[in-house]
Ligand binder design. Sequence first.
Ligand code: PAF
Length: 278
Amino acid sequence: MRLIADPAEVRGLCSSLPRPLGFVPTMGALHEGHLALVARARERSASVVASLFVNPLQFGAGEDLQRYPRDFAGDRGKLEAAGVDLLFGPSPEAMYPATFSTSIDAGSMADSFEGAIRPGHFAGVATVVVKLLHLVGPDALFLGQKDAQQTAVLHRVIHDLALPVEVEIVETVREADGLALSSRNAYLNESERAAAPTLHRCLLALRAALERGASKSEASAQARGTLAGGAKLDYLDVVDAETFEPIDDVRPPAFVIGAARFGTTRLIDNLWIREARA
Ligand code: PAF
């Protein structure tokens, strides 16, 4: 696996790789969820490029940029073992020189749910991903379903700006007890870790109640009861999968989405509603 840090070099190197080229952007602290993205990219592509860049633009004031787990050597080893051909690992200064001032605004879809709690987050995500896409020039971009709003925002940006890349969403990887894998799980203490799978249970309960025909408010009330006592729910809702607008008459494709705090750690999760209810 080749390791490149210089944005000026990466474009030329990527353009000489065999096509189709699959791209997996990451912020490191890699777990099986990231490796599932690489495995899918490997299956579908002649060459796989990954990036490892903790993007300061997507962290708000008071968020965990400094605390964000970093293990470059360990991550590099995992990506190499997973079959990545080229790893792009730029410095913040190389990606964002002092004169950098552009930001991509994805509109109202970026202002709800995660965007309301983390103002500017999706502008930071969209800006770095568009820059990475320009540098790498892939045929396909592989994203995880766990960050469903991020995938919806990036779909919108890629479509609106006519970027020539296909997006593939790879299903969330879970622990045996249902907890979605996330780099943030590392922050949970023992009791928070024991409580954290109740977010998944809450979403399962919401989806099941909706599928039984309950109204959204009844279904939400039932689902909230399954969340661990100490957890604080930030939101629980059903949204259109494409627009991320809340919907009442649940029609697929949609997501049930939720975010909750376990101690100081915020976790997000979602489930697809793909099929029409019976
Ligand atoms: O999902 C992530 O890890 C990040 O938001 C991404 C897509 C790599 C952009 O920094």
